[in-house]
Design a protein around this ligand. Structure first.
Ligand code: AR6
Length: 170
């Protein structure tokens, strides 16, 4: 069954095939979800990210793109790192936020993942309004699940009650 779920909780504790990381283009860690994933996942994830930077991603990961690494000590099998757009009140960057979701799911499907957990990408340090981010995330994921022949469950893991309420109600 293709499915979307909403959970109030910590993405690092999810027993899914893929956990999506709201990373930055350096791929070398940061705060929020990114900090939590590297902290709990351990040094294996950072080592894999450094390898990516030493290879194909010498200039970093562009906004909207996605790339997979090991999940280290997390219960998940892989982490798919994506870079959300920073909110702008003067420029419409919605397509980049949609790209994050589409490309993360493409990478996950390529790995053979059957379950994927997303955080509310861009709504923390990158300041995207939650209502708008939820609308973009849900529409993009629903379209992907509709189009893909693979069986996949997508779980949105929201860290606080307000964000949960907005996503679950959208
Ligand atoms: N599990 C689930 N959600 C979480 C967790 C967690 N453990 N921790 C925070 N959130 P953010 P962004 C929520 O800032 O806005 C980093 O420094 C958080 O409350 O993690 O895309 C990166 O390196 C918010 O609702 O991601 C980048 O520089 C949501 O996850 C930058 O932050 C996203 O918040 C990316 O900023």
């Amino acid at each position: 069954m293709r499915d979307m779920e909403f959970v109030l909780g910590d993405i690092t504790e999810q027993d899914v095939d893929v956990v999506v990381n709201a990373a930055n283009s350096s791929l070398l860690g940061g705060g929020g979800v990114d900090g939590a994933i590297h902290r709990k996942g351990g040094p294996e994830i950072l080592a894999a990210c450094r390898d990516l930077r030493a290879g194909h991603y010498g200039r970093g990961l562009k906004t909207g793109q996605a790339v997979a690494t090991t999940a280290g000590n997390l219960p998940a099998k892989w982490v798919v790192h994506t870079v959300g757009p920073v909110w702008s009140s003067t420029e419409d960057r919605s397509e980049l936020l949609a790209d994050c979701h589409r490309n993360s799911l493409r990478v996950a499907a390529g790995l053979g993942a059957r379950s994927v957990a997303f955080p509310a990408i861009s709504t923390g340090i990158y300041r995207w309004p939650v209502e708008s981010a939820a609308a973009i995330a849900l529409t993009t994921v629903a379209d992907f699940l509709e189009a893909t022949p693979d069986i996949m469950t997508v779980r949105f893991v929201l860290f606080d009650q307000r964000t949960y309420d907005v996503f679950a109600g959208a």
